[in-house]
Write a protein that binds this ligand. Structure first.
Ligand SMILES: [Fe+2]
Length: 272
């Protein structure tokens, strides 16, 4: 019997979990929550209003915290990153489809976002299932991608204008990941290239890679693979960066938004 009520948000992606207070959740409820994350790719848990300490405790249930080297930390809790949009800001952090930390050799397994200040409208976050997209590939393209690796780089942060502390010593060498990965826990095959950080396929030029990467970015973000999170006060969202990509909507100009984000350490990724 589940402590949670779990309602799917869409056919391929996302679930809403209610009925448990995270700050006092028992081990069984936490394990059910983790299983729901691996099944649905992203879970949202409304009305939690986590303290920074509770946010850190929740993250540590999943594993050690992976402190982002580019984001501005919360002054009192440097393990938590600030995702802040000022009212006069037109662009937002994460306003393109991407996977957090894919530029790392062991990319973050999950990200945990806790709503602090929400605009009166907009600022929704979209998610797309990379396992559903992978299952929908044609057999021919899938077979070809099974033998391909892609390079990922943090270099795009050098041009970022929003919320990124691009100190020169934060940048690292590009890393290789399989274009199709096997989820480290469930084994689900997932497409693992994204528009923010993937630069080209191994053994291919940037120019040769661009048409197929462009096709894949459009393919994986088709609405049928997605779910849309409409934020509510105190809501927590947790997503698995191997299972989903996400997109922050920049449609609330003139209003402030503040989220707290923690990312949890992941593992090197194997080919599907
Ligand atoms: Fe992100």
């Amino acid at each position: 019997m589940s402590d949670w009520t779990i309602d799917k948000m869409a056919g391929h992606c996302g679930a809403r979990l209610t009925g448990v207070r995270l700050e006092t959740a028992n081990q069984s409820a936490l394990e059910q929550m983790r299983a729901a994350l691996f099944e649905h790719g992203v879970i949202v848990i409304p009305d939690q209003h986590l303290s920074p300490e509770a946010h850190i405790t929740l993250a540590e249930f999943f594993g050690p915290i992976d402190v982002n080297r580019f984001f501005t930390p919360v002054a009192t809790h440097p393990m938590i990153a600030e995702v802040r949009t000022a009212p006069e800001q037109a662009a937002v952090i994460g306003g393109t489809w991407h996977t957090d930390h894919s530029y790392d050799a062991a990319p973050a397994m999950c990200s945990i976002l806790s709503a602090q200040t929400l605009p009166p409208f907009g600022g929704d976050t979209h998610f797309a299932s990379m396992s559903a997209a992978c299952a929908a590939l044609s057999p021919g393209l899938r077979k070809m991608l099974e033998g391909v690796q892609a390079w990922h780089s943090d270099g795009s942060f050098a041009d970022s204008k929003v919320g990124i502390d691009s100190a020169q010593d934060a940048f690292r060498d590009p890393v290789l990941h399989p274009a199709l990965i096997k989820h480290p826990v469930t084994g689900a095959p997932c497409i693992y290239v994204n528009g923010d950080f993937t630069t080209h396929f191994e053994g291919w030029s940037v120019e040769e890679s661009a048409p197929l990467l462009t096709y894949l970015y459009a393919f994986v973000t088709q609405p049928i693979f997605t779910a849309r999170v409409v934020w509510e006060p105190g809501m927590v969202a947790i997503w698995d960066n191997r299972l989903v990509q996400h997109y922050a909507t920049a449609d609330y100009s003139g209003h402030a938004r503040l989220m707290h984000r923690i990312t949890v350490q992941g593992v090197p990724l194997d080919a599907a």
